[in-house]
Design a protein around this ligand. Structure first.
Ligand SMILES: Cc1cc2nc3c(=O)[nH]c(=O)nc-3n(C[C@H](O)[C@H](O)[C@H](O)COP(=O)(O)O)c2cc1C
Length: 225
């Protein structure tokens, strides 16, 4: 008689929850209302809530299951001050690059909530992770960084679902951020996140409200072949 084989753990399946119409409607509202937040209340976040956001980030998909994101919770005042100084320098340089007719509008935009957000989270990617055994990376090495972007987006949605705002700051010299945070020199900065309770809410992106850019219709973005 044939011996009964134990089911290897990787072959087991679980019963997924069912996502009903009410859940989908809520999820669509979440997509519509998730905003990049630059104005925060200084109210601290509950530690368990914050931990849940980090846990959500780590549930993101990643190439070869490499999980290449590296999360740095920036708590020290001196390091936050260094980041604010890097932003000020980078933002002044970005303003100087604006065309004359855009410079005035650019100067009026608030492009970071670094002063008030109770949490700062720097997200880096380890470009050569020891995990994942190279799967998927030989043809598209950039997928390692894409994986870290997905971790941010997963955190962003998890935060919005809790009424917590996230602001993505990219107007930073990445090498200066690496030095300011004393992380391995080869880590690449993916995003510097300000996290906290939003001071305002809108269904329309702030850059659209400010007249900087508008949402494109799907027809402009979709190609069929
Ligand atoms: C990769 C990336 C970098 C961004 N960098 C900045 C930034 O430096 N400063 C800023 O104010 N917003 C930044 N944002 C937020 C965008 O401006 C924002 O997502 C966009 O205007 C659409 O608004 P919404 O996120 O509220 O829908 C960034 C967003 C992404 C995805």
């Amino acid at each position: 008689m044939e011996a009964r084989m134990a089911v290897p753990p990787e072959a087991r399946t679980d019963t997924p929850p069912s996502f009903d119409a009410a859940f989908r409607a809520g999820l669509e509202a979440l997509f519509a209302w998730r905003r990049d937040v630059r104005c925060f209340h200084t109210t601290p976040l509950d530690e368990a809530e914050y931990a849940a956001l980090l846990g959500a980030a780590c549930q993101a998909p990643s190439v070869g299951f490499s999980q290449p994101w590296r999360l740095v919770r920036v708590r020290e005042g001196a390091r936050r001050a260094a980041i604010r100084a890097i932003f000020a320098t980078s933002n002044a340089a970005a303003l100087a690059l604006q065309a004359d007719e855009r410079a005035g509008l650019y100067a009026r935009l608030k492009l970071a909530g670094l002063d008030d957000a109770p949490e700062h989270l720097a997200v880096f990617v380890e470009p050569q992770p020891g995990t994942g055994h190279g799967l998927g990376r030989a043809t598209m090495p950039e997928t390692v960084a894409y994986s870290a972007v997905l971790a941010i987006h997963t955190l962003w949605l998890a935060a919005a679902a809790r009424g917590i705002g996230v602001g993505w700051v990219s107007i930073l010299d990445p090498q200066h951020v690496v030095r300011a945070l004393d992380v391995p020199a080869h880590w690449q900065l993916v995003g510097y996140l300000c996290i906290g309770f939003p001071a305002e809410a809108s269904k329309v992106p702030e850059l659209e409200r400010a007249g900087w850019e508008h949402r494109l219709p799907l027809a402009d973005l979709l190609v069929e072949r």
